[in-house]
Design a protein around this ligand. Sequence first.
Ligand code: SF4
Length: 333
Amino acid sequence: MDIKKLENWYLKHHRRLPFRESKDPYQIWVSEIMLQQTQVETVLPFFERFIKKYPDVYHLAHANPEVLQKDVEGLGYYRRFSNMHKAALEIEDHYQGQFPETYEKIIGLPGIGKYTVGAIMSIAYNQPVSALDGNVIRVLSRFLGNSQDMRLEKNKKVLDKINQDLIEHAAPSIYTQAMMELGALICRPKKPECERCPLNDQCYAYHHQMTEALPVLSPLKTKKETHYITLIIKNDHGIMLRKRDESLLHGMYEYPQFESESIQSVLSDLENEGIILELIDQSLKQITHVFTHQIWRMDVYRVRLISGKNPHWIVADEQTLNQLPMAIAHRKI
Ligand code: SF4
Protein backbone atom coordinates (compact mmCIF):
# COMPACT_ATOMS: atom_id res chain seq x y z
CA MET A 1 0.00 0.00 0.00
CA ASP A 2 1.27 3.49 -0.82
CA ILE A 3 0.86 4.90 2.68
CA LYS A 4 2.39 8.25 1.81
CA LYS A 5 -0.23 8.80 -0.89
CA LEU A 6 -3.00 7.90 1.58
CA GLU A 7 -1.65 10.29 4.20
CA ASN A 8 -1.28 13.13 1.69
CA TRP A 9 -4.85 12.55 0.56
CA TYR A 10 -6.01 12.81 4.16
CA LEU A 11 -4.10 16.00 4.86
CA LYS A 12 -5.67 17.62 1.80
CA HIS A 13 -9.24 16.31 1.93
CA HIS A 14 -10.30 15.43 5.46
CA ARG A 15 -13.37 16.96 7.05
CA ARG A 16 -12.67 19.56 9.74
CA LEU A 17 -14.37 17.63 12.53
CA PRO A 18 -13.82 19.10 16.03
CA PHE A 19 -12.51 15.81 17.42
CA ARG A 20 -10.12 15.38 14.49
CA GLU A 21 -8.57 18.79 15.19
CA SER A 22 -7.64 17.77 18.73
CA LYS A 23 -4.80 15.71 20.14
CA ASP A 24 -6.34 15.68 23.60
CA PRO A 25 -6.74 12.00 24.59
CA TYR A 26 -9.83 12.88 26.63
CA GLN A 27 -11.56 14.41 23.61
CA ILE A 28 -10.50 11.52 21.35
CA TRP A 29 -11.90 9.09 23.92
CA VAL A 30 -15.22 10.95 24.21
CA SER A 31 -15.60 11.13 20.43
CA GLU A 32 -14.73 7.46 19.85
CA ILE A 33 -17.21 6.32 22.50
CA MET A 34 -19.93 8.53 20.98
CA LEU A 35 -19.14 7.35 17.45
CA GLN A 36 -19.64 3.69 18.38
CA GLN A 37 -22.89 2.69 16.62
CA THR A 38 -23.76 6.35 15.93
CA GLN A 39 -23.38 8.47 12.79
CA VAL A 40 -20.95 11.42 12.74
CA GLU A 41 -23.74 13.91 11.91
CA THR A 42 -25.71 12.78 14.98
CA VAL A 43 -22.65 12.86 17.22
CA LEU A 44 -21.41 16.36 16.31
CA PRO A 45 -23.88 18.53 18.30
CA PHE A 46 -23.72 16.13 21.25
CA PHE A 47 -19.92 16.17 21.22
CA GLU A 48 -19.72 19.96 21.20
CA ARG A 49 -22.22 20.35 24.06
CA PHE A 50 -20.57 17.55 26.02
CA ILE A 51 -17.04 19.00 25.78
CA LYS A 52 -18.33 22.42 26.77
CA LYS A 53 -20.01 21.02 29.86
CA TYR A 54 -17.41 18.34 30.70
CA PRO A 55 -14.14 19.74 29.30
CA ASP A 56 -11.91 17.26 31.10
CA VAL A 57 -11.76 14.12 33.20
CA TYR A 58 -12.30 16.11 36.41
CA HIS A 59 -15.66 17.54 35.26
CA LEU A 60 -16.81 14.16 33.94
CA ALA A 61 -15.83 12.36 37.14
CA HIS A 62 -17.85 14.87 39.18
CA ALA A 63 -20.92 14.72 36.95
CA ASN A 64 -24.24 13.67 38.40
CA PRO A 65 -24.85 10.28 36.70
CA GLU A 66 -28.53 11.05 35.96
CA VAL A 67 -27.75 14.48 34.53
CA LEU A 68 -25.04 12.85 32.42
CA GLN A 69 -27.55 10.29 31.06
CA LYS A 70 -29.94 13.14 30.30
CA ASP A 71 -27.17 15.03 28.45
CA VAL A 72 -26.69 12.11 26.06
CA GLU A 73 -30.38 11.24 25.69
CA GLY A 74 -30.95 10.43 22.03
CA LEU A 75 -27.57 8.81 21.35
CA GLY A 76 -28.64 5.31 22.46
CA TYR A 77 -26.47 2.57 24.02
CA TYR A 78 -26.47 4.38 27.34
CA ARG A 79 -24.30 1.91 29.20
CA ARG A 80 -21.31 3.34 27.33
CA PHE A 81 -21.79 6.64 29.19
CA SER A 82 -22.13 5.09 32.63
CA ASN A 83 -18.91 3.19 31.84
CA MET A 84 -17.33 6.46 30.78
CA HIS A 85 -18.28 8.01 34.10
CA LYS A 86 -16.78 5.03 35.96
CA ALA A 87 -13.61 5.32 33.87
CA ALA A 88 -13.32 9.05 34.70
CA LEU A 89 -13.60 8.21 38.41
CA GLU A 90 -10.85 5.60 38.03
CA ILE A 91 -8.62 8.10 36.24
CA GLU A 92 -9.19 10.52 39.13
CA ASP A 93 -8.40 7.85 41.72
CA HIS A 94 -5.46 6.08 40.08
CA TYR A 95 -3.86 8.61 37.75
CA GLN A 96 -4.48 11.96 39.52
CA GLY A 97 -6.97 12.94 36.82
CA GLN A 98 -4.39 12.65 34.01
CA PHE A 99 -5.53 10.51 31.09
CA PRO A 100 -3.19 7.46 31.11
CA GLU A 101 -0.62 7.13 28.35
CA THR A 102 0.01 3.40 28.03
CA TYR A 103 -1.94 0.67 26.25
CA GLU A 104 -2.19 -1.48 29.39
CA LYS A 105 -3.54 1.32 31.58
CA ILE A 106 -6.06 2.54 29.01
CA ILE A 107 -7.45 -0.91 28.19
CA GLY A 108 -7.94 -1.51 31.91
CA LEU A 109 -10.55 1.28 32.08
CA PRO A 110 -14.29 0.43 32.02
CA GLY A 111 -15.91 0.39 28.59
CA ILE A 112 -12.67 0.68 26.60
CA GLY A 113 -11.95 -2.10 24.12
CA LYS A 114 -9.11 -2.81 21.73
CA TYR A 115 -10.40 -0.50 19.01
CA THR A 116 -10.80 2.51 21.33
CA VAL A 117 -7.30 2.07 22.79
CA GLY A 118 -5.93 1.85 19.26
CA ALA A 119 -7.68 5.09 18.32
CA ILE A 120 -6.45 6.93 21.43
CA MET A 121 -2.89 5.58 21.24
CA SER A 122 -2.50 6.36 17.56
CA ILE A 123 -4.48 9.61 17.18
CA ALA A 124 -3.65 11.28 20.50
CA TYR A 125 -0.21 9.82 21.28
CA ASN A 126 0.99 9.08 17.73
CA GLN A 127 1.88 5.50 18.72
CA PRO A 128 1.69 2.66 16.15
CA VAL A 129 -1.33 0.77 17.51
CA SER A 130 -3.94 -0.59 15.11
CA ALA A 131 -7.50 0.75 15.38
CA LEU A 132 -9.69 -1.50 13.29
CA ASP A 133 -13.25 -0.23 12.94
CA GLY A 134 -15.90 -0.97 10.31
CA ASN A 135 -14.47 1.62 7.91
CA VAL A 136 -10.96 0.20 8.11
CA ILE A 137 -12.28 -3.36 7.69
CA ARG A 138 -14.04 -2.30 4.49
CA VAL A 139 -11.02 -0.50 3.03
CA LEU A 140 -8.61 -3.33 3.80
CA SER A 141 -10.94 -6.13 2.67
CA ARG A 142 -11.38 -4.43 -0.68
CA PHE A 143 -7.80 -3.31 -1.08
CA LEU A 144 -6.45 -6.81 -0.33
CA GLY A 145 -9.30 -8.72 -1.99
CA ASN A 146 -9.93 -10.56 1.28
CA SER A 147 -13.20 -12.49 0.92
CA GLN A 148 -13.36 -14.00 4.42
CA ASP A 149 -16.46 -13.35 6.50
CA MET A 150 -15.71 -10.22 8.49
CA ARG A 151 -18.40 -10.95 11.06
CA LEU A 152 -16.01 -13.58 12.45
CA GLU A 153 -13.46 -12.52 15.06
CA LYS A 154 -10.72 -14.77 13.65
CA ASN A 155 -10.95 -13.03 10.26
CA LYS A 156 -10.97 -9.59 11.82
CA LYS A 157 -7.84 -10.57 13.74
CA VAL A 158 -6.05 -11.26 10.45
CA LEU A 159 -6.93 -7.76 9.21
CA ASP A 160 -5.95 -6.27 12.55
CA LYS A 161 -2.50 -7.82 12.23
CA ILE A 162 -2.14 -6.41 8.69
CA ASN A 163 -3.31 -3.00 9.89
CA GLN A 164 -0.76 -3.20 12.70
CA ASP A 165 2.03 -3.92 10.17
CA LEU A 166 0.89 -0.97 8.05
CA ILE A 167 0.71 1.53 10.89
CA GLU A 168 4.23 0.59 11.95
CA HIS A 169 5.43 2.02 8.63
CA ALA A 170 3.27 5.14 8.83
CA ALA A 171 2.76 8.36 10.75
CA PRO A 172 0.34 6.69 13.21
CA SER A 173 -1.95 9.61 14.00
CA ILE A 174 -2.47 10.52 10.35
CA TYR A 175 -2.67 6.91 9.16
CA THR A 176 -5.49 5.92 11.55
CA GLN A 177 -7.52 9.00 10.73
CA ALA A 178 -6.84 8.62 7.00
CA MET A 179 -8.12 5.04 6.93
CA MET A 180 -11.26 6.01 8.87
CA GLU A 181 -11.87 9.04 6.66
CA LEU A 182 -11.26 7.11 3.44
CA GLY A 183 -13.83 4.53 4.55
CA ALA A 184 -16.34 7.23 5.46
CA LEU A 185 -15.93 9.48 2.39
CA ILE A 186 -14.61 7.43 -0.54
CA CYS A 187 -14.61 3.70 0.14
CA ARG A 188 -18.24 3.82 1.25
CA PRO A 189 -20.37 0.71 1.71
CA LYS A 190 -22.35 1.45 -1.49
CA LYS A 191 -20.95 3.02 -4.65
CA PRO A 192 -17.38 3.71 -3.52
CA GLU A 193 -15.70 6.52 -5.47
CA CYS A 194 -12.73 4.49 -6.65
CA GLU A 195 -11.77 7.04 -9.31
CA ARG A 196 -10.95 9.53 -6.55
CA CYS A 197 -9.30 7.02 -4.23
CA PRO A 198 -5.57 7.41 -3.42
CA LEU A 199 -5.28 3.60 -3.16
CA ASN A 200 -6.85 2.69 -6.50
CA ASP A 201 -3.53 1.83 -8.24
CA GLN A 202 -3.09 -1.31 -6.19
CA CYS A 203 -6.63 -2.05 -5.04
CA TYR A 204 -7.67 -5.65 -5.73
CA ALA A 205 -11.42 -5.03 -5.58
CA TYR A 206 -11.24 -2.07 -7.93
CA HIS A 207 -9.25 -3.94 -10.56
CA HIS A 208 -11.41 -7.07 -10.30
CA GLN A 209 -14.81 -5.32 -10.15
CA MET A 210 -15.41 -6.67 -6.66
CA THR A 211 -16.09 -3.48 -4.72
CA GLU A 212 -19.78 -4.29 -4.15
CA ALA A 213 -18.98 -7.87 -3.11
CA LEU A 214 -16.48 -6.93 -0.39
CA PRO A 215 -16.28 -6.99 2.53
CA VAL A 216 -18.13 -10.26 3.03
CA LEU A 217 -20.47 -9.92 6.01
CA SER A 218 -22.74 -12.87 6.79
CA PRO A 219 -26.35 -11.83 7.46
CA LEU A 220 -27.23 -10.77 10.99
CA LYS A 221 -29.84 -12.76 12.85
CA THR A 222 -33.31 -11.36 12.32
CA LYS A 223 -34.36 -8.85 14.93
CA LYS A 224 -36.32 -10.13 17.88
CA GLU A 225 -39.72 -8.49 18.05
CA THR A 226 -41.39 -7.89 21.41
CA HIS A 227 -44.92 -6.68 22.00
CA TYR A 228 -45.47 -4.53 25.07
CA ILE A 229 -48.42 -3.05 26.85
CA THR A 230 -47.05 0.31 27.95
CA LEU A 231 -48.87 2.21 30.67
CA ILE A 232 -49.05 5.92 31.40
CA ILE A 233 -50.11 5.54 35.03
CA LYS A 234 -51.34 8.72 36.68
CA ASN A 235 -52.17 9.58 40.24
CA ASP A 236 -52.79 12.98 41.83
CA HIS A 237 -49.07 13.77 41.96
CA GLY A 238 -47.91 12.82 38.52
CA ILE A 239 -46.96 9.88 36.32
CA MET A 240 -45.24 6.63 37.30
CA LEU A 241 -41.80 5.93 35.87
CA ARG A 242 -39.43 3.02 36.26
CA LYS A 243 -35.63 3.17 36.06
CA ARG A 244 -34.32 0.41 33.82
CA ASP A 245 -31.77 -2.02 35.19
CA GLU A 246 -31.62 -4.18 32.04
CA SER A 247 -28.46 -3.83 29.96
CA LEU A 248 -30.44 -2.30 27.07
CA LEU A 249 -31.08 1.37 27.93
CA HIS A 250 -29.52 0.83 31.33
CA GLY A 251 -30.25 3.64 33.80
CA MET A 252 -32.84 5.34 31.58
CA TYR A 253 -36.40 5.98 32.78
CA GLU A 254 -39.44 4.53 31.08
CA TYR A 255 -43.18 4.19 31.50
CA PRO A 256 -43.88 0.81 33.11
CA GLN A 257 -44.39 -1.75 30.39
CA PHE A 258 -45.22 -5.41 30.28
CA GLU A 259 -44.52 -8.08 27.70
CA SER A 260 -48.07 -9.01 26.77
CA GLU A 261 -50.60 -8.83 23.96
CA SER A 262 -53.52 -7.75 26.12
CA ILE A 263 -54.24 -4.83 28.43
CA GLN A 264 -56.76 -6.95 30.34
CA SER A 265 -54.19 -9.57 31.31
CA VAL A 266 -51.74 -6.84 32.42
CA LEU A 267 -54.41 -5.18 34.57
CA SER A 268 -55.37 -8.47 36.17
CA ASP A 269 -51.71 -9.47 36.81
CA LEU A 270 -51.14 -6.12 38.53
CA GLU A 271 -54.34 -6.57 40.52
CA ASN A 272 -52.94 -9.87 41.81
CA GLU A 273 -49.92 -7.89 43.05
CA GLY A 274 -52.26 -5.47 44.86
CA ILE A 275 -52.10 -2.66 42.30
CA ILE A 276 -55.51 -1.53 41.12
CA LEU A 277 -55.62 0.50 37.92
CA GLU A 278 -58.54 2.04 36.09
CA LEU A 279 -58.38 2.26 32.34
CA ILE A 280 -58.89 5.89 31.21
CA ASP A 281 -59.11 5.21 27.51
CA GLN A 282 -58.56 2.49 24.96
CA SER A 283 -55.20 2.15 23.29
CA LEU A 284 -53.84 5.63 22.72
CA LYS A 285 -51.60 4.51 19.90
CA GLN A 286 -49.17 1.85 18.83
CA ILE A 287 -45.56 2.96 18.74
CA THR A 288 -42.76 0.98 17.13
CA HIS A 289 -39.13 1.48 17.98
CA VAL A 290 -36.38 -0.31 16.11
CA PHE A 291 -33.07 -1.03 17.88
CA THR A 292 -30.04 -2.67 16.28
CA HIS A 293 -31.01 -6.15 17.41
CA GLN A 294 -34.64 -5.89 18.37
CA ILE A 295 -37.96 -4.20 17.73
CA TRP A 296 -40.39 -2.98 20.36
CA ARG A 297 -44.07 -2.71 19.48
CA MET A 298 -45.79 -0.80 22.25
CA ASP A 299 -49.53 -0.43 22.72
CA VAL A 300 -49.87 2.63 24.93
CA TYR A 301 -52.74 3.00 27.43
CA ARG A 302 -53.56 5.72 29.94
CA VAL A 303 -54.63 4.42 33.34
CA ARG A 304 -55.30 5.87 36.77
CA LEU A 305 -53.76 4.40 39.91
CA ILE A 306 -56.56 3.66 42.34
CA SER A 307 -54.54 1.88 45.02
CA GLY A 308 -51.36 -0.06 45.68
CA LYS A 309 -47.77 0.68 44.79
CA ASN A 310 -44.77 -0.86 43.12
CA PRO A 311 -41.41 -0.29 44.89
CA HIS A 312 -39.66 0.18 41.54
CA TRP A 313 -41.87 3.05 40.37
CA ILE A 314 -41.31 6.72 41.10
CA VAL A 315 -43.83 9.50 40.62
CA ALA A 316 -42.71 12.32 38.37
CA ASP A 317 -44.46 15.61 37.67
CA GLU A 318 -44.20 17.10 34.20
CA GLN A 319 -41.07 19.13 34.95
CA THR A 320 -39.24 16.15 36.46
CA LEU A 321 -40.35 14.00 33.54
CA ASN A 322 -38.62 16.39 31.16
CA GLN A 323 -35.42 16.47 33.22
CA LEU A 324 -34.93 12.75 33.72
CA PRO A 325 -33.00 10.73 31.13
CA MET A 326 -35.49 8.80 29.06
CA ALA A 327 -34.96 6.47 26.14
CA ILE A 328 -36.14 7.88 22.82
CA ALA A 329 -38.43 4.84 22.46
CA HIS A 330 -40.45 6.23 25.38
CA ARG A 331 -39.80 9.92 24.86
CA LYS A 332 -41.78 9.47 21.62
CA ILE A 333 -44.78 8.54 23.77
S1 SF4 B 1 -10.10 1.80 -4.94
FE1 SF4 B 1 -12.24 1.72 -4.41
S2 SF4 B 1 -12.53 -0.21 -3.36
FE2 SF4 B 1 -10.35 0.17 -3.44
S3 SF4 B 1 -9.90 1.14 -1.48
FE3 SF4 B 1 -10.27 2.76 -2.96
S4 SF4 B 1 -12.46 3.23 -2.82
FE4 SF4 B 1 -12.08 1.29 -1.80
